[in-house]
Write a protein that binds this ligand. Structure first.
Ligand code: PEP
Ligand code: MN
Length: 291
C-alpha cells in the first residue's frame, strides 16, 4: 500500500513541512533543538526540595545535559498523591538555573498558571494529559516561550500535529514534539514506546522531535536502551528522569535513573548520536512515500 503522509497531515500547514519551510530550530539561549545535536533534558519527575533539585541539577549538568526538567505543578493519576511544590518549586528551578547555567523545562497544568510558569521557565511543558486541552494550547500559543508538547496517551500522530497547529496558529512556532509512549493492551511496560513515531514525525513535520524513555517504559533499567533507540531513529534529543535516591522519590521513582546510571547512559549514547543516518532517511521518505 502506498503511504502518503504529507497528504494525510496536510491540514496542519504551520507545523508540517513545506517547500518554503523544511525544518524549525527551537533556540533557548545558546541551545539549539532541531539543528542536528541530541539535546538532553534531565532531572527529577517532581521538584521535591532544594537539596534534591540542586544535587540533581549539578549531576546532570556534569553528565552532559543542557536543560533541567522538574515538575512544580504535577498532574498525578491519584488526587491523593504529591501534587508538586507549585510556585516554590518554580523558584527552586530558577535557583538551579542560576547555579548551573542549565535552562529549565517545567510543566504548566492550567491556563491560569501560564503567566507565572512563563516567568520562570525557558520551555513550557504541556503534558500528555493536557495535549487536547484547547484553552491551554491557545494560551501557551501566546506565552512567548517555546513549548514542549507531549503526545497524549491515546493520541494519534495526527492528533499530536493538530494540537501543535493549535499552538502555532496562536502565534508560537517554537514547538518541540515528544513521543512518550502510548496506551496499548500491553501491561509489561507502563506505556508502549512508539519508536516509529520519531521518523514519521521527522518526515512530515518541520518541528524538532524528542523522546521520553522514562514515561515510555516506567522501569529504570529499560531507560538507557530506549534512549539509544531514540538517538538511532533520529530524535533531536530526549527528556529523562533522574533522582538522587529514586526509591525515595515522591513521584515516578521506579523509572528514575540514579546519577551513575545517567552518566553511563550518556557515555553510551555518544557512540550513536553522531553516526545516526536517520536524518537523511527522512528526506527520502518525505519526497516519495513507499510501497
Ligand atoms: C512528566 O514529564 O513527569 C509527565 C507527567 O509526563 P507525561 O505528561 O508524559 O505523563
Ligand atoms: Mn514523571
Amino acid at each position: 500500500m502506498a503511504v502518503n503522509w504529507s497528504k494525510q497531515f496536510s491540514s496542519y500547514p504551520l507545523v508540517t513541512k513545506t517547500p518554503e519551510c523544511a525544518a524549525t530550530v527551537v533556540r533557548v539561549g545558546d541551545i539549539a533543538i532541531g539543528n542536528g545535536d541530541f539535546v538532553v533534558m534531565a532531572g527529577p519527575c517532581s521538584v521535591e526540595s532544594e537539596r534534591q533539585l540542586l544535587r540533581t541539577a549539578e549531576a546532570v549538568a556534569l553528565g552532559g545535559a543542557r536543560i533541567l526538567r522538574g515538575g512544580a505543578f504535577k498532574p498525578r493519576s491519584s488526587p491523593y498523591a504529591f501534587q508538586g511544590l507549585g510556585v516554590d518549586g518554580l523558584k527552586l528551578l530558577a535557583k538551579a538555573r542560576q547555579l548551573t547555567g542549565l535552562a529549565i523545562v517545567t510543566e504548566v497544568l492550567s491556563e491560569t498558571d501560564v503567566e507565572i510558569v512563563a516567568e520562570y521557565a525557558d520551555i513550557m511543558q504541556v503534558g500528555s494529559r493536557n495535549m487536547e486541552n484547547v484553552s491551554l494550547l491557545e494560551r501557551v500559543g501566546r506565552c512567548g516561550r517555546p513549548v514542549l508538547l507531549k503526545r497524549g496517551m491515546v493520541a494519534t500522530l495526527e492528533d499530536l500535529l493538530s494540537a501543535a497547529e493549535c499552538i502555532a496558529v496562536n502565534g508560537n512556532l517554537d514547538i518541540i514534539l515528544c513521543e512518550r509512549g502510548i496506551r496499548t493492551f500491553e501491561t509489561a511496560t507502563r506505556n508502549t514506546f512508539d519508536i516509529a513515531a520519531v521518523p514519521v514525525l521527522k518526515a512530515v513535520s518541520r518541528l524538532p522531535v524528542i523522546v521520553d524513555p522514562s514515561h515510555a517504559c516506567g522501569v529504570r533499567n529499560l531507560v538507557p536502551i530506549l534512549a539509544r533507540a531514540g538517538a538511532v531513529v533520529g530524535a533531536d534529543g530526549m527528556i529523562v528522569e533522574v533522582h538522587p535516591d529514586p526509591d525515595k522519590a515522591l513521584s515516578d521513582g521506579d523509572q528514575s535513573l540514579t546519577f551513575a546510571q545517567f552518566d553511563e547512559m550518556m557515555r553510551d549514547l555518544g557512540r550513536y548520536i553522531h553516526h545516526a543516518s536517520a536524518g537523511s532517511w527522512c528526506c527520502g521518505a518525505q519526497s516519495g512515500g513507499h510501497a
